[in-house]
Design a binder for this molecule. Structure first.
Ligand code: PLP
Length: 429
């Protein structure tokens, strides 16, 4: 049974944890309630600003001021190879070889660019598999991509649904669906951590099952990158993409990431959309009509990167590098287990249900809670009355994500207490 006292939360926070970097982040003021700062559990939606980001941005503005066009080569951090500096830390974050990773564009754009390569439909093998309750953008991307290639989204997009009466997918059912449609599936592209339920999928097992039926395995890691340890190379994932503004704290609309497995990098038969940033940097300015694509994920990049938007990604990745995903995950599991314990003590009184699987192999930081009232209205009250910032998914789901870099046990306690106050009229301790 979880100790629900506020003192216990404070005592958990009094133990030094090198994975907690709260001092390096700017925590927003509480929108309401008795505490000065927000209990910010919405880092799965928009991560908080690292203190170092402002200086990083200013340095890039200064270089532009000082060097003009010569900043491409002469700035302290020259713009021409700027994105290459992000390659190693991004690769460490997702468990990839450096040349398998590139920081570019935004997430949905990258999904399309990767589908251009790894959705190669034939008359028979033309299907693409996604989760039924995937993020809308992924559904729109896949449906439009399929239609663009001349197939009917109604039949060519296969949507994975949980069993009747269940909220999350079972690995065995996913594998069974793949086997049932083995000959018609070209590509599988699902979320590593589901944005709605917080379910962490068994990426290696589903990837292996995808390869067994002769299809490509792609993963949308929007809610997984910076949340759970990943080993994309060893898991043999074909391609992946993620955004940098959720757990990666790089700011709204931040530059995203993409992964292509090594075995596809030297394969000249892989079709690809290209621009001048796909070509070998040594001959980039020769302005030849044909590209000489690099044997790296850079071959998928098109344009010169937005330097003013790259600094925040660099700042953020350096924090993840210092802490390391294993230490971060260890803290994350403790925080989320504590929040779950608190919520379980009030589940019956409040009429809430936790949808996110309890098994550590199947969840990240986020807990998704089904509430007996309008979720949007409830999150507004959590914020205004208690300073707890959570996020709602209509009609009845509230998502609470203690991001381990800056959230505390006391933040979790405040969230559970506020939820209980609002739903049952009494606090938790
Ligand atoms: C957040 C999120 C997106 C958002 O897409 P953008 O292209 O970054 O605007 C897409 N897919 C998933 C699964 C997400 O969680």
């Amino acid at each position: 049974m979880t100790d629900c006292s506020e003192d216990h939360a404070l005592s958990l926070d009094s133990v030094d944890d090198p994975a907690l970097r709260r001092d390096e982040f700017l925590i927003p003021p509480a929108p309401g309630g008795d505490f000065p700062l927000a209990s910010y559990l919405a880092g799965n939606s928009l991560g908080l600003q690292p203190r170092a980001t402002r200086a990083e941005l200013m340095a890039d503005l200064d270089a532009w001021e000082q060097y003009g066009v010569h900043g491409h080569m002469d700035a302290d951090r020259p713009w021409f190879p700027y994105h290459e500096d992000l390659r190693d830390p991004a690769a460490r974050l997702v468990g990839a070889l450096p040349r398998e990773v590139v920081v570019m564009n935004s997430l949905t754009v990258n999904l399309h660019l990767l589908l251009a390569s790894f959705y190669r439909p034939t008359a028979i093998r033309h299907r693409i598999v996604i989760e039924d309750r995937c993020f809308s953008s992924d559904s729109y991307a896949v449906r439009s991509h399929v239609a663009f290639r001349g197939h009917d989204p109604e039949t060519a997009v296969l949507r994975l649904r949980p069993r009747e009466g269940e909220d999350v997918l079972r690995t065995e059912d996913v594998v069974q669906t793949l086997q049932d449609h083995a000959h018609s599936i070209a590509t599988v592209m699902i979320g590593g951590v589901n944005y709605l339920t917080g379910e962490l999928m068994d990426i290696p097992e589903i990837t292996a099952a995808t390869h067994e039926i002769g299809a490509f395995a792609g993963w949308d890691l929007a809610h997984a990158a910076g949340n759970v340890p990943l080993q994309l190379h060893d898991w043999d994932v074909d391609f992946a993409a993620w955004c940098s503004y959720k757990y990666l704290n790089s700011g709204p609309g931040a530059v995203a990431g993409a992964f292509v497995h090594e075995r596809h990098l030297d394969d000249e038969t892989v079709p690809r959309l290209e621009g001048w940033w796909s070509t070998d940097p040594s001959s980039r300015f020769e302005m030849r009509p044909e590209s000489e694509p690099q044997a790296s994920a850079d071959a998928w990049s098109l344009s010169n990167p937005p330097i003013m938007a790259m600094g925040p990604v660099r700042t953020s990745l350096s924090i993840f590098d210092e802490v390391g995903m294993d230490a971060l995950r260890e803290r994350s599991l403790r925080l989320t287990a504590y929040l779950r314990g608190l919520l379980q003590t009030v589940e019956d009184d409040c009429g809430v249900t936790i949808l996110t699987p309890a098994d550590d192999a199947h969840h990240g930081a986020q807990l998704s809670v089904r509430v007996p009232v309008d979720a949007a209205d409830l999150t507004e009250r959590l914020s205004e009355n208690w300073g707890v910032v959570a996020d709602d998914r209509r009609p009845d789901i509230v998502r609470l994500a203690p991001a381990p870099l800056y959230c505390t046990f006391h933040d979790c306690w405040r969230a559970a207490d506020a939820l209980s106050q609002e739903l049952s009229g009494k606090g938790i301790s």
